[in-house]
Design a protein around this ligand. Structure first.
Ligand SMILES: NC(=O)c1ccc[n+]([C@@H]2O[C@H](COP(=O)([O-])OP(=O)(O)OC[C@H]3O[C@@H](n4cnc5c(N)ncnc54)[C@H](OP(=O)(O)O)[C@@H]3O)[C@@H](O)[C@H]2O)c1
Length: 214
């Protein structure tokens, strides 16, 4: 059965999954890139950016796992871009250039309808205004038996956790303090929702923790 998986989601020690004041210059919010520093040296990341090198340790193997068996993605609108409110036009096509790294259908949750957007390399952004359950149904159907990866951001993951729809949550916990931004787990009783830690391993630049729904 198709699973809903959060993979490689970086969190600071103080619980933030993004910094404050997201905008065009700060896609991850102010200081947000400190969350992702575990990922930037991996072979997975370097290959995504056309480089043949990169480290192949624990961080890399955890990142690799996140792409295995994925048939579709779900994103929140803020992860897709900095545009807020009604779309002024169709010019914003994501942060990732002409060929985004998804290579599958990607369902973007938003309150503002927009026509689907086909990109090079098999990525198609489809905008879903009917809520998290509809997005999951559509993504599961599109995944063709594969799993659905819940890419983020924070508000989107929180909704799926609160509804206990996430089957597996891999957090890359970074040894940094953000101080402010988007809190990932605050106010969510994951234990009562049925989650437990099934794996933890220290990587080169992050500690990896996997939670699974019982
Ligand atoms: N730490 C990591 O590894 C990681 C990974 C990915 C992303 N991020 C970061 O996370 C940040 C984005 O997270 P975020 O919490 O600000 O926002 P988000 O979850 O990406 O998007 C939230 C927005 O999506 C739309 N949305 C969400 N749920 C909806 C629903 N049920 N129905 C309709 N629309 C819905 C709404 O947009 P509208 O109302 O405007 O349509 C909402 O404001 C970015 O800085 C990104 O870089 C971090």
């Amino acid at each position: 059965m198709s699973k809903l998986r959060v993979q490689s989601f970086a969190m600071s020690i103080d619980g933030y999954g993004a910094g404050p004041h997201q905008d065009l210059q700060h896609p991850l919010g102010v200081n947000g890139p400190e969350l992702m520093e575990w990922f930037f040296n991996t072979r997975v990341w370097r290959r995504m950016h056309g480089q043949a090198d990169g480290e192949v340790g624990i961080d890399n193997s955890m990142a690799e796992r996140g792409f295995a068996g994925i048939g579709a993605w779900i994103l929140g609108r803020n992860m897709f871009g900095p545009v807020r409110g009604p779309w002024p036009d169709d010019s914003w096509k994501g942060w990732w250039g002409d060929e985004p790294p998804y290579h599958t259908p990607v369902f973007v949750l938003t309150h503002h309808a927009r026509a689907p957007l086909k990109m090079a390399g098999g990525t198609e952004f489809r905008f879903v205004t009917a809520g998290i359950h509809a997005a999951l149904e559509q993504a599961t159907a599109a995944a063709g038996g594969g799993d659905v990866r819940l890419g983020g951001g924070v508000a989107t993951i929180r909704q799926y956790l609160q509804a206990a729809l996430v089957d597996e949550l891999h957090l890359a916990i970074r040894p940094v303090l953000l101080g402010s931004g988007e809190q990932l787990l605050q106010g969510l009783d994951l234990r009562a929702l049925g989650y437990a830690c099934v794996e933890h391993v220290a990587g080169e630049r992050a500690t990896h923790v996997v939670l699974r729904k019982r």
